[in-house]
Every structure is written in C-alpha cells, then in structure tokens.
Design a protein around this ligand. Structure first.
Ligand code: ADP
Length: 161
C-alpha cells in the first residue's frame, strides 16, 4: 500500500523543527506531501513561492518527500491528493487546543481522513517560525534553528548579517 500523507502549514519560513517532523513522517509513510497553505488571516514574511522554494531546498534528497501549496480547505486538498492522513506537530500544551479543534473539525468534514501528531523532539520544543523571525530581524544567531539557505533568505529579507 502506498500511504500518502499531507503535512500542511504556513512554513514562514521552514525551521529545523518542521524538518525533523518531515524526516520522521517520511520514515513511517511512503509519501509525505509538505503543503504550504495560504492563510488569509496571516500576513507572511515570505511569499508562497519563496516558502515553497525554501522547503524544496531543505528537503532535497529526502526520499518520498515532495512540496506543494494550496488554497482553500485542507481537507479538500488532502482528498484531491488521495492522502490518508494529515500530519501535524505538537510542541506544548498550548498547541493542543487549536490542534484538537482543527483535527475534530476535519474529522467532522471527512470521517475517513485521520490527523496524526508527531511530538516535537525536545530540542525543538521552543522553536517556531515566529521566534526565528524575531531573532533574525535583530541579527541574532539562528545557526541551530534553521538551514543555511533559510538563514541566508532571512538575512536578505531583514538586510542584516
Ligand atoms: P500553522 O500556521 O499551520 O501553525 P506552522 O508552519 O507554524 O503552520 O506549523 C505547521 C505545523 O508544524 C504545526 O502542526 C506546528 O505545530 C508544527 N510545528 C511547528 N514548529 C514545530 C517544532 N519546533 N516541533 C514540532 N512541530 C512543530
């Protein structure tokens, strides 16, 4: 069975925490589609194209991993790709409420699609795209938090480094 899963997110930009989830999901499932979604509520730092490009760079050489983007309902996108599950990451209790709500809603919209959670590696428990942007804009050291290409892209955006 070729088990396809979708890992949706803003990825603004992709961090080492996201990458860890992608690699671990790829060990469990045959195909992992990392899908950047357009969230009209959020004003991203990186355009959709830039976020997709950075994800492609950091996942280069990972077997079974592909990058895509979508607009609209996650569940519709997941069905269109014939995926069996949505992958999400959990860092802290604070993630739980929103994720529980979203997983329950998606289950209500389509009972066949599961949401599967991967616990963060404790070394990335504090890591988010927002934290990375905060540190990067003041020229702080983000070496351990993101890949080199993401670091370079952030430095360019903020005109630092
Ligand atoms: P969203 O806007 O959907 O929250 P994000 O790009 O912030 O998009 O996150 C996508 C998914 O990755 C979410 O499920 C989030 O909890 C998870 N995630 C983000 N950072 C980490 C991390 N450091 N460790 C584990 N999971 C993470």
């Amino acid at each position: 069975m070729n088990r396809i899963v979708v890992y949706p997110g803003s990825f603004d930009p992709v961090t080492n925490g996201h990458l860890d989830i992608i690699k671990r999901a790829a060990q469990v499932f045959e195909q992992v589609i990392v899908a950047v979604f357009h969230n009209p509520q959020k004003k991203p730092l990186f355009s959709m194209e830039e976020r997709v490009e950075l994800l492609k760079e950091v996942t280069k050489g990972l077997d079974g991993v592909s990058i895509d983007y979508f607009t609209g309902l996650t569940i519709d996108y997941v069905k269109s790709r014939e995926a069996i599950a949505i992958i999400r990451g959990l860092r802290a209790i604070s993630d739980f409420e929103g994720e529980f709500q979203m997983a329950s809603l998606n289950k209500q919209l389509d009972g066949e699609v599961e949401t599967i959670f991967f616990m963060t590696d404790t070394k990335y428990a504090y890591l988010s795209s927002s934290v990375v942007k905060e540190v990067a804009q003041f020229g702080g050291n983000i070496e351990e938090l993101v890949s080199d290409s993401v670091k370079a892209a952030l430095q360019k955006k903020y005109g630092v480094g």
